[in-house]
Design a protein around this ligand. Structure first.
Ligand SMILES: [Fe+2]
Ligand SMILES: [Fe+2]
Length: 185
């Protein structure tokens, strides 16, 4: 990151986006903000590297970016929120953050394809969006996924993404800001 003034204005943009995530609900009724804090909380508990914690925190920010567009049907939101979020984050964050965000949907498709038990761990909403997202991968898609940079981080984020929220008290977004700053480009 350039000057501290730059990083302060970036933090403000991110803070506003995460505040916006408090009024957007996922298909299971959970807000995008709570889901983000839950995933980041799990990443902290698992002692993940800071880029993975930040990726977990922002992985669904694409839902916020799509939210103002009434033209965007669920089909497109399901498919594109990962790419949209990653591209937006790429202004400020390195690939170690953006790649897992971009790949978190493909990580679900990958795990459904290679792990026979994984499908049973998915919630109803996640199963429903799976078809919109391309469903089971071809063997070429599996190989391509494994060649992608940071695909292991995407699998970690996906692992947290799929755990239903257990209701515990979560640290607020501001608690994560020092970690967010530490991984900015
Ligand atoms: Fe997502
Ligand atoms: Fe998610």
């Amino acid at each position: 990151m350039g000057s501290s003034a730059d990083s302060q204005s970036t933090l403000k943009v991110l803070r506003m986006a995460m505040e916006g995530c408090a009024s957007i609900k996922l298909s299971d009724g959970e807000t995008v903000l709570n889901h983000a804090l839950w995933c980041a909380h799990q990443a902290m508990n698992a002692h993940c590297d800071s880029p993975v914690v930040v990726a977990a925190l922002f992985h669904d920010i694409g839902h916020y970016l799509c939210a103002g567009d009434p033209e965007l049907a669920d089909y497109h939101r399901d498919r594109e929120h990962a790419t949209l979020g990653a591209r937006w984050l790429a202004r400020w964050f390195p690939l170690a953050v953006c790649a897992p965000v971009e790949l978190h949907v493909d990580a679900k498709r990958y795990l459904v394809t290679v792990d026979a038990d994984y499908r049973q761990r998915l919630g109803a909403g996640s199963l429903q969006s799976l078809n919109n997202q391309g469903g089971v991968m071809t063997s070429e898609e599996v190989s391509e996924f494994r060649r992608a940079e940071h695909f292991e981080s995407a699998l970690l984020v996906r692992q947290f993404d799929d755990v239903p929220f257990n209701g515990e008290t979560l640290s607020p977004y501001l608690w994560y800001e020092s970690i967010v700053v530490s991984v900015m480009r």
